[in-house]
Structure formats: structure tokens, C-alpha cells
Design a protein around this ligand. Structure first.
Ligand code: UDP
Ligand code: MG
Length: 309
């Protein structure tokens, strides 16, 4: 029996192009000595993506659809795809052809040579707005500093061996950062460069606010440095306070104390702000703990129920 390679594609509001893209991905991924299946995870699209996936599945039995009850996000879609994949290795890639599927046979070759993870790494971020590149760089710089993990230019375009997939699925974490966790696991891997292609159509589903939330969530799920920083910032403010306090006392003894309305105002604002930010950081970690402890499933799939005849 030849090995099966599963392709996992998350789909959210990709419209009519998803049908053709699935065909194109499968054609590009074909190679000698292995069979393919494609898990298309519809992440609660509000357009005709689900129908287009059904159409692709009706044409090609290698396509296996998974439908979410609502939008749970790309991370959840990847998770579900991995959970449904039956292959001996799994390749995760975007459905908008920004991750060139022509690389898949090459990735499979590396897997055959015994590597557990094949990382497609962006050698060129493609056509991207200047500020987007700046924010991405800032995120990866902070991430490598806080989490001690350099995943700059990594993408979700990866091949994983079955053993890695099973390990990933066994993690108890609910909110996951696929790229970060695979980097963290540090399995024997190889990196192959790719150029991010232009989107096959449609627009990116990531708003700026969603990206910022994603960045903060991922940073805090990999590092507790922000929490510890509060202590240092507090210590610095305390030291400053001690100096200012000493000088103020000195002035008072010498009868040179200023009517300090402005000073008091400024102090309250600065200290108040610092305390609120600190509470906010603690609150953020608390919220994450709360979410993890509730342990709700990261996604729900549509029931298969058919109306009674
Ligand atoms: N996607 C998803 N759920 C979402 C947002 C995006 O499954 O909530 C999918 C989307 O259909 C695509 C991939 O994730 O296959 C990457 O999304 P997109 O192309 O919008 O992001 P970008 O390429 O700009 O990073
Ligand atoms: Mg894209």
C-alpha cells in the first residue's frame, strides 16, 4: 500500500475560487508513489464556500469536507484538519494558492528521507504593505526575545509526519499557535524557501484588529515575561519615587516647597496609568487561564443529521 499524504486547507469566505483552487492544489501535489486526500475545513464561511467545497467533493472522492458550525478561526480549522486527516504525513496550506502547492512533492521527498517536519519558510513575503511587514517583524522580534524561539518568516505551510500530528493533537492546550508549537517541539526538520504568491482572488480575512489580538494572544501563550516585567517597571517607578520623595522633603525642610498641584496631577496620572496597564496584563493572563480551564472544545463541526423521510 502506498503511503497517504493528507492535505489540510482551512477555508473562510473564499467564495467560488475555492472549488478551482482545490483542483489545482490536488493536481500540483500529485507525485509518484503516494496517494492524496484533501481535508477542506470550512471555518463557518458566510458565503458560498461550503457549497463550493461540496461541489469539489462530489467531483473528486479524495476531497473530504469538514464544516464548522460557525467561525472558530484559522488555528481551530488547522486543528480540525489535523484531527480528521488519515494520512501518514499531513501538509497544511492556505487555500488561496499563496502557499505554492507545487512544492508538495518536494516536501514529501524530504519526509521519505526520514524528516519529521518540513517547514516552508518565506524567502520573500510577497506583495505586502510596508507597515504590515514592520508589524510582522516587530512581532517575531518580540516573540524570539520573550519565548526564546526564532520563527521569523515561518508560515503555516508545513508537512508533518503522523507521529508529530498525533503528538500535536494530544496537547491539552485549547488555544494554539500552530507555527509556534511546531517550532517549540523542535522535531528533526528541514526548511525549504518559498515566495508568497499573490492571492488567487478575494481578500485577506485578517483585519488589523484581528492580527493584533492574534499577536498578543500568541506572545502571552508562549511567555510570561510581560507578567514579570511588571515587577521591574514597578521597581523602577519606586526608585524614581524614592529620589523625587527625597528631593521634595529636602525642599520642604529648606522652605522651598512648590505649590505642587501640577506635580500631584502628573504623579496620579502616571502612577494610575502604570497600575492600570499592570492590572490589564494580569487580567489578560487571567482571561487566558479562564478560557483554558473552561476547556470548551476549540471547534464544533456541523451535525450530519438528515431530516426524517
Ligand atoms: N482562514 C480561516 N479562518 C479565518 C481566516 C482565514 O480558515 O478566520 C483561512 C483562509 O481561508 C486561508 C488561510 O486561512 O485559507 C489564510 O487566510 P488569509 O489568506 O486571509 O490570510 P493571509 O494570507 O493574509 O495571511
Ligand atoms: Mg492568504
Amino acid at each position: 500500500m502506498p503511503p497517504i499524504i493528507s492535505l489540510v486547507i482551512p477555508v473562510f469566505n473564499e467564495g467560488a475560487m475555492v472549488h478551482d483552487n482545490i483542483g489545482q492544489i490536488l493536481r500540483a501535489a500529485e507525485g509518484a508513489g503516494y496517494e492524496l486526500e484533501l481535508i477542506a475545513v470550512d471555518d463557518g464561511s458566510r458565503d458560498n464556500s461550503a457549497a463550493e467545497i461540496e461541489r469539489a467533493a462530489a467531483r473528486d472522492p479524495r476531497v473530504r469536507p469538514v464544516f464548522f458550525t460557525r467561525n472558530f478561526g484559522k488555528e481551530a480549522a488547522i486543528h480540525a484538519g489535523l484531527a480528521h486527516a488519515k494520512g501518514d504525513a499531513v501538509v497544511v496550506l492556505d487555500c488561496d494558492l499563496q502557499h505554492p502547492p507545487e512544492l508538495i512533492p518536494q516536501m514529501v521527498e524530504f519526509w521519505r528521507k526520514g524528516l519529521c517536519v518540513v517547514d516552508a519558510v518565506k524567502s520573500d513575503r510577497g506583495e505586502e504593505a510596508l507597515q504590515d511587514g514592520f508589524f510582522a517583524n516587530a512581532f517575531y522580534a518580540l516573540f524570539s526575545r520573550f519565548a526564546g524561539l526564532d520563527i521569523r518568516n515561518h508560515s503555516d505551510f508545513k508537512l508533518l509526519d503522523r507521529e508529530v500530528v498525533d503528538t500535536y493533537l494530544a496537547f491539552p492546550e485549547k488555544h494554539r499557535f500552530f507555527r509556534g508549537l511546531i517550532g517549540w517541539a523542535n522535531y528533526p526538520s528541514v526548511q525549504i524557501p518559498f515566495t508568497v504568491a499573490a492571492r488567487a482572488g478575494g481578500t485577506s480575512q485578517w483585519s488589523k484588529a484581528k492580527l493584533l489580538r492574534y499577536a498578543i494572544d500568541n506572545l502571552t501563550s508562549f511567555s510570561s515575561v510581560p507578567l514579570k516585567l511588571i515587577t521591574y517597571v514597578g521597581a523602577a517607578i519606586l526608585a524614581l519615587g524614592a529620589v523625587i520623595g527625597f528631593l521634595s522633603l529636602l525642599n520642604w525642610f529648606e522652605g522651598r516647597a512648590i505649590g505642587g498641584f501640577t506635580t500631584v496631577n502628573l504623579l496620579i496620572i502616571v502612577i494610575g496609568g502604570a497600575i492600570m496597564i499592570s492590572l490589564g496584563i494580569i487580567g489578560h493572563y487571567l482571561a487566558r487561564l479562564y478560557d483554558e480551564i473552561k476547556a470548551r472544545p476549540p471547534y464544533l463541526t456541523k451535525p450530519n443529521r438528515k431530516p426524517p423521510q
